[in-house]
Write a protein that binds this ligand. Sequence first.
Ligand code: FE2
Length: 214
Amino acid sequence: MDQLRKSILEDLPEIEWISDPALRQGTIDAWALALEKSSFSRISEIPGEANPGMMVMRRGGQNVHLSGVTRLALASVDYFAAVYPEAVIDRDIVIAGGLCHDVGKAFECDPENQKRWKADASLVGRPSLRHPVYGAYICLTVGLPEAIAHIAACHSPEGDNVKRSLECIIVHEADVAWWTISAASGLTQDGTIPDHFTKKFEPRKAREMQKAAE
Ligand SMILES: [Fe+2]
């Protein structure tokens, strides 16, 4: 296995939880393609931010967010499976969808693209494509199922224009929860929480932590 694929498995160990081998492979392929087309060399290099410059985490890259959203989403799946086993939820689609929902951030958060779009937004827009749109393109290109492309495309406000699938709703709610709890817990950098969020809560000051030895 090449270095890039190895780094994807290191950054997103939850990939191993996907039981369908084709879906597991597709998840790795999606991230490999997105990274190859970007100036990032691994997922953990992509800044932990909701959008460029917005909700910027004090620490932790995009891998921490992806794994966190996937785990929160899975907690919902496991809860309903235990209490309401009659609910039909595709666990594999939730895991792969959680891990791929922000695959387009390799494009939208790429500093090279940011520089280009900032220089003249009249040329191709700023950004030309938000991460959900670019993410759907990546998922379909590597042959991931429509259900995963839909989660990438519609986990965000883009999905407010359509009826979301059940698995997309689970990832979407986990994503919103992850960002809201992070921001309200004071884990995001000052001045990076957008107004529509700051209206809803006062971030609590996070505890001072010893800097881990590099
Ligand atoms: Fe996300």
